[in-house]
Design a protein around this ligand. Sequence first.
Ligand SMILES: [Fe+2]
Length: 395
Amino acid sequence: MRSVVFAIVMLVFLTLLTFGARALLRHGNKNIWEFSFLDKFAKYLPYTGWFFYLLFGAALAFKWKYLLFTGVTGLSIVMIVSLIMILTMPVSLLMGKISNYIPKRKKNSNILKYNQDRRLFLKTAAAALPVFTIGTTTNGFAGAFQNVKIPGIDMFFENLPTELDGFKIWHLSDLHLGYYYQLDDLERLLLNAESESVDLVVITGDVADDLSQLTDALKLIDQKKSTYPKLVSVGNHEYFRGIQEVRRRIDTSPIPLLLNNHHIVNVNGVKLLIGGMDDPVRMHTDNVPFFERSIKQILINKPEYDFSILMSHRPKALNVVPDFNIDLVLAGHTHGAQLGFNNRSIFEPMWEENYLWGKYSKGKSQLYTSSGVGHWFPFRLGCPAEAPIITLKKA
Ligand SMILES: [Fe+2]
């Protein structure tokens, strides 16, 4: 029943979006009439959307794996192009309007030739804006299919034991295996990371949307050479896909699950605690009490440790960890909103407290939010998929 309601809502949304973009493009900006390919593009946009929607639905119903990918990708492209066209149209419209106010050139008059040139420039610019938008969009889709970056991130701590100076953690998060990211992509990532030596590997949730790939994915990751064990924690998608089944599949893999518990590794006589946070699943709740309960559970037997890392799918755990003597939180979930500029999410100024992408700190605790290995939909602009190697450094 829920999926039928979702399918109807989705269809209505798609129809409004594509017809809205079409109406704006065909009637809102007359300049485009002079560019017939744009007119044709607008005309067929809603039908293209419906086609990919039907393909997606059929592929889902009949389990056509490769057509599912085509359906989702096509549908995403149509929806994002429509959305961006609607968003940029006011500027395009304004430029078209300004061009109309510039007086037209009269016959045999050279006085207004300059105005005529300006008119032509503005008209072309107004029509070109949606074209530029499509160009940017294409670039964004290309960005989603580029190799996952493996940036080196140094994090400095005053209280870091010298034995941990230079300790390297490979942080994998949000692989979302199934739709856009597949096991062979993960194999390629592991191959690209082969020359990088790491001490610890942590996977902070949303590993597989197709659960049949979960165990194999963990087996693949286990092949990465590391001094200490690999560990996995949960995200909201582990709950969406069924936590019992997820637990069963992780139990048959070589990588242990940390869920409201911890693991301590001995690094040259120094105790490093790694905790695995639970996920609150719901989006818009005040998560503070949930995070507090989860951390209390992780530290229930008051373990002794010299330095601590918390694997938390949600970056907002940073808000509560300073009270629990946690030094570093490694998180994901946000994907950096898949749109970035200068190594920060473009939504950073709007949602600063959401810790969307990169380094953050609160009190003596620090956080790194990964932009994720996989995607929600195949569009990334200025915010590449990443699997960072975090190096602990003495401040
Ligand atoms: Fe998530």
